[in-house]
Design a protein around this ligand. Structure first.
Ligand SMILES: [Ca+2]
Length: 510
């Protein structure tokens, strides 16, 4: 039976809510020590909490491209903020739309604005240009630009709920897929005034590693400009730092001062996203469709919340690597369940298609993910991978200076290969580092604090992990770095060209 012939009850609605840079450890259902997110917690209580969902490249544009296409960065082209998403790679929205789903996208897109780069596979869409604005945002729509008054998180929620209502009125029998992509809590963390009293300065617990000096880590990581003490700006913290804190010997005080202001604003912007999740759930209930609607809450990657003295993402440490993911679907997902298997953002598209009764291999031939739908039901999947491959491609970001690297995260170890491409420490003129490695034994060191890459006791383990890394890299069609000039992804031109005999040139970016 073709998907469109299935009764609608076997094709649930999908509401995919994705925020930007929301770390799992800022969700109380994940045990947050710093904030409370009652509506997200409700998703966990009434559905499943996924405890090991990892992005394959911890930065906005690449993770979004991987989620939409089910492919790694070297396949879809969006390896960095500066390389272009190959808009010929099929997306999950196109597959759902083709199968009869009503589809819509509201919010952050970040995959280009040129005509060929605009959203595909959506009946209705309204996207923020670039990162978008927190207040009175402009939107790009199929009919041109629109300006709205108000707070972006609330406006996006209004648009989403209105669209559901319109869709239900016009096509009551068609299942829908709504993608609600919040800007928040992305930098520069501008909250709504209704949350101004939450999480006041001085009240927010510090992570144990806020004052970590990174001295046991690679020089590549030490050269990144993502330090709470020294790299947050006045725009980030929104007031002038007292002059005395700028003294060389006041670094710890500076870190604490910046941390409280950074987290206050970050957590307040999260609070509006939590409000949004609550409104969505209430609305689905009022419409009587909550039982058979799959609601996902996730973020494009994690974020450092002062952990290791850092903010931002990019690095392959768990705070950045892990994506929160909560899934509520009462018709199939047991309430209060936990999924501990290792999952990847490239598995999301296949899972959504599976839920919709669509064969991912047919609908999206290039996609590389596996559906984890059975895991959501509490079943086991024989042979499910117990490791994930990661690659952060970007090494030339003039602001963050994060090094390019690849690695694997298994259930027991994290092994990272900083393969040498980087801008270096501030002031460094050459673009190439020495090659460095980090290895963390998660069995005894879940916080990834003790780099044992150079410890002879771990030599055999390291060798085995390096072999696993090479194997996984090859399995997904990626290649090792081979030196200067080769950093640019080895795009999978063949698959794209086969679909496009005219060899259309790549769309230019923003
Ligand atoms: Ca992001």
């Amino acid at each position: 039976m073709s998907p469109s012939a299935l009764p609608s009850s076997t094709r649930p609605n999908i509401v995919f809510v994705m925020s930007d840079d929301h770390a799992a450890h800022a969700i109380s259902a994940y045990g947050s020590r710093v904030n409370s997110t009652p509506h997200m917690d409700r998703l966990a209580e009434e559905g499943a909490r996924l405890d090991a969902m990892y992005c394959t490249n911890s930065i906005c544009t690449p993770s979004r491209a991987s989620i939409l296409t089910g492919t790694y960065s070297h396949i879809n082209g969006a390896a960095t903020l500066y390389t272009e998403f190959d808009h010929r790679v099929p997306t999950v929205s196109e597959a759902l739309q083709s199968a009869g789903y009503a589809t819509a996208l509201f919010g952050k897109w970040h995959l280009g604005h040129s005509p060929s780069a605009l959203p595909r596979g959506f009946d209705s869409w309204r996207i923020l240009p670039g990162q978008g604005e927190y207040w009175d945002p402009r939107f790009l729509t199929p009919d041109g630009e629109e300006q709205y008054e108000g707070y972006v998180t609330d406006l996006l929620t209004d648009m989403a709920l209105e669209w559901i209502d319109e869709e239900r009125a016009q096509r009551p029998s068609a299942p829908f897929c709504l993608m609600l992509h919040h800007k928040a809590p992305h930098r520069p963390w501008i909250p709504h005034p209704r949350h101004a009293e939450r999480y006041p300065v001085g009240s927010i617990p510090e992570p144990e590693t806020l004052l970590e000096d990174l001295s046991t880590r690679s020089k590549a990581v030490q050269g990144a400009r993502m330090s709470i003490a020294d790299d947050l700006t006045r725009t980030d913290v929104k007031e002038d730092m007292p002059a005395e804190l700028r003294a060389e010997d006041r670094r710890e005080d500076r870190a604490r001062w910046n941390y409280q202001r950074y987290l206050r604003d970050y957590l307040q912007t999260v609070q509006a996203v939590d409000d949004s999740v609550g409104r969505v759930l209430d609305h689905l209930e009022q419409l009587g469709i909550a039982e058979d609607t799959l609601v996902v809450y996730t973020s494009d990657q994690g974020f450092f919340l002062g952990d290791h003295g850092l903010f931002d993402k990019r690095l392959m440490y768990d705070e950045s690597l892990q994506m929160p993911m909560l899934v509520r679907w009462p018709a199939e997902v047991p309430a209060g369940s936990r999924v501990t298997s290792m999952l990847r953002n490239v598995d999301v598209a296949a899972t959504l298609l599976d839920v919709a009764g669509i064969d991912p291999e047919q609908a999206m031939p290039d996609q590389q993910g596996r559906s984890f739908r059975p895991l959501l039901r509490g079943e086991e999947i024989e042979g499910w991978p117990r490791a994930v491959y990661y690659r952060y491609w970007e090494h030339d970001d003039p602001e963050h200076h994060a090094p390019a690297h690849y690695g694997i995260r298994t259930e027991e170890f994290a092994y990272i290969d900083y393969y040498g491409a980087g801008l270096g420490a501030p002031g460094a003129s050459d673009r190439i580092f020495e090659r460095e490695h980090e290895l963390y034994d998660l069995r005894t060191d879940p916080g990834e604090l003790h780099n044992v890459a150079g410890d002879p006791a771990y030599a055999a383990i390291r060798e085995d992990l390096a072999a696993q890394l090479a194997q996984m890299q090859a399995e997904v069609g990626d290649h090792p770095y081979t030196g200067p000039g080769s950093w640019h992804p080895d795009w999978n031109h063949d698959a794209a060209s086969a679909r496009d005999a005219d060899a259309e040139t790549r769309p230019t970016g923003d």
